[in-house]
Design a protein around this ligand. Structure first.
Ligand code: NAD
Length: 357
């Protein structure tokens, strides 16, 4: 008889192999209705019912209901909430920590490296006006001055200094982006109050404060985690500090940017263009103003990291990490990818060495 109960709140493993791995270990699975393609899924009441008596919750990002305190309180046996992806803003981590429950995540290189590559591609698409040129030629046109792109890097031959790229958040993705950019020779500046000077030096990036970054950058790219501090950190006031020729890239989390203020800034020419992979509500509303702003926006359905080598959204490895983290927690062993590390000692005191599989 199965002894451990797992609620897969947002299944993403289309092959079902990871579910079978868990079932083979004696786990009983309940699958939620969210998925990678449709992250809405169940509402909180339904999730509370599905999480009753669960030993573990696991899944990809979920948009309908975050994993709230009420959902975690549905089971006094709950050991772990495991995410297949980077970003735990859809889990009430403070409540989990308070309740002594581990939260794990899966920052795989396929995922974060994929975001960095996709961000760079979006940046180049806007700077080089690739869509405009393509449409123009397909419509029968030929050379036109309005289709000129920007030259990104510094030039030795004539002293052209190159554009300035401002990176907000110099973590995994921000750092990889700076590494990808460096051979192109732009000036790279970054704002991140939580990393040491040595990290800026290691990536050849100049440390600046946030206001300076907004004022000096030709491209502003966001790579912060979503917290109460970063929510709407780019609003109307901050956009008014940017150059009118500047382009914005946001592949971090939608609520980092005030979306209504952005639509207005694009319409009135406060900034030139924006590439967005993430939105305040996902999927983006059918009647969102952003859909009607033409070349001023380059939109992507929150899959900037998705790549064939890593499975959907770079998920294959993340699913494997999450599955192993859950199995370890069910065996009373500390999982490898704990996010709220401060809870580990307390957790070991309660569950350490006690297996339910
Ligand atoms: P990370 O934790 O390695 O880096 C985040 C950085 O943000 C850290 O260096 C941190 O110091 C910095 N930061 C925190 N608060 C800040 C603030 N107020 N101002 C400036 N910097 C601040 O995370 P990561 O793996 O690089 O991921 C970055 C973001 O990308 C996250 O929001 C994540 O959810 C998102 N992400 C999106 C996708 C996607 O599909 N679009 C995929 C993966 C990750």
């Amino acid at each position: 008889m199965p002894s451990a109960k797992i609620f897969v709140f947002a299944p993403a493993d289309q092959s079902g192999a990871s579910h079978k791995t868990l079932e083979d270990q004696g786990c009983q699975l309940t699958l939620g209705s969210a998925s990678w393609a449709t992250p809405q899924g169940n509402n909180e009441d339904e999730m509370v019912r599905a999480a009753a008596d669960a030993d573990a919750l696991i899944g990809t990002s979920i948009r309908s209901s975050p994993i709230t305190r009420s959902i975690m309180l549905a089971s006094d046996k709950l050991r772990v909430v495991a995410k297949y992806t980077i970003g735990v803003d859809d889990v009430d981590v403070d409540a989990a920590t308070d309740l002594g429950i581990l939260v794990t995540h899966a920052p795989t290189e396929s995922n974060w490296g994929g975001v960095a590559e996709g961000t760079f591609a979006a940046m180049l698409c806007l700077l080089k006006r690739l869509r405009e040129r393509d449409e123009h030629v397909k419509a029968g046109g030929w050379r036109d001055e309005s289709l000129q792109g920007s030259f990104l890097g510094a030039r030795d031959s004539d002293g052209y200094e190159g554009l300035t790229v401002g990176i907000v958040g110099l973590g995994r993705i921000g750092s990889r982006l700076s590494n990808l950019l460096r051979p192109w020779r732009p000036n790279i500046i970054a704002y991140d109050p939580y990393v040491p000077d040595s990290k800026f030096a290691e990536h050849g990036v100049k440390r600046v404060d946030y206001d300076t970054l907004l004022r000096e950058s030709d491209v502003v790219s966001f790579h912060v985690v979503l917290t109460s501090e970063t929510r709407h950190m780019l609003g109307e006031e901050e956009m008014s500090m940017m150059k009118p020729s500047a382009v914005l890239v946001n592949t971090s989390r939608g609520p980092v940017v005030d979306q209504a203020a952005l639509a207005q800034a694009l319409k009135d020419g406060t900034i030139r263009a924006a590439a967005l992979d993430v939105f305040e509500d996902e999927p983006l509303e059918a009647d969102s103003e952003l859909r009607s702003l033409g070349h001023k926006v380059l939109l992507s359905p929150h899959m900037v990291s998705a790549n064939t080598s890593g499975g959907l959204g770079g998920l294959r490895e993340g699913i494997a990490w999450g599955t192993q983290d859950v199995l370890k927690a069910l065996r009373g062993e500390t999982p490898d990818h704990v996010y709220n590390v401060e809870v580990i000692d307390r957790w070991r005191g309660r569950f350490g060495g006690t297996s339910v599989i």
